[in-house]
Design a binder for this molecule. Sequence first.
Ligand code: CDP
Ligand code: MG
Length: 140
Amino acid sequence: MERTLSIVKPDGVKKDVIGEVLKRFEGAGLRIVALKMAQLTREEAEGFYAVHKERPFFSSLVDFMVSGPIVPMIIEGEGAIKKVRDLMGATNPADAEEGTIRKDFADSIEANVVHGSDASETAAFETSYFFSAFEKFEGR
Ligand code: CDP
Ligand code: MG
């Protein structure tokens, strides 16, 4: 059983597609085992995206991620990391496949509605970044 972190980003919350994203994950046989709404500080957003800190888009990405509330969640299931990435679609919605969350709802390569961990190491770091042991309801 694999776990991954997903986030409905500020643009997705503003567009009222939280339920749509949850439905797509659950509809694919994945299970939501932790969920909340939160607003990040700059420091928290910078820490979350630390791997990207040398990239030209980093400070704009941080501005975007603190621009409103987000909905982080832990998703559990067989092959959850890849399944969530497949449901999300490509980073740039212009390149995303039909029927993916980003194709259907994203406006730009930055405001692309959802986050999903990209590997097991990042999933372990990211799930713990947002949720304590007492907030995870795994393996039910
Ligand atoms: O989210 P994903 O793993 O698909 O992409 P990433 O390469 O890990 O980049 C993280 C996030 O940075 C993206 O989801 C975008 O919100 C943002 N980004 C951006 O604003 N401009 C880029 N050229 C690439 C990414
Ligand atoms: Mg990524």
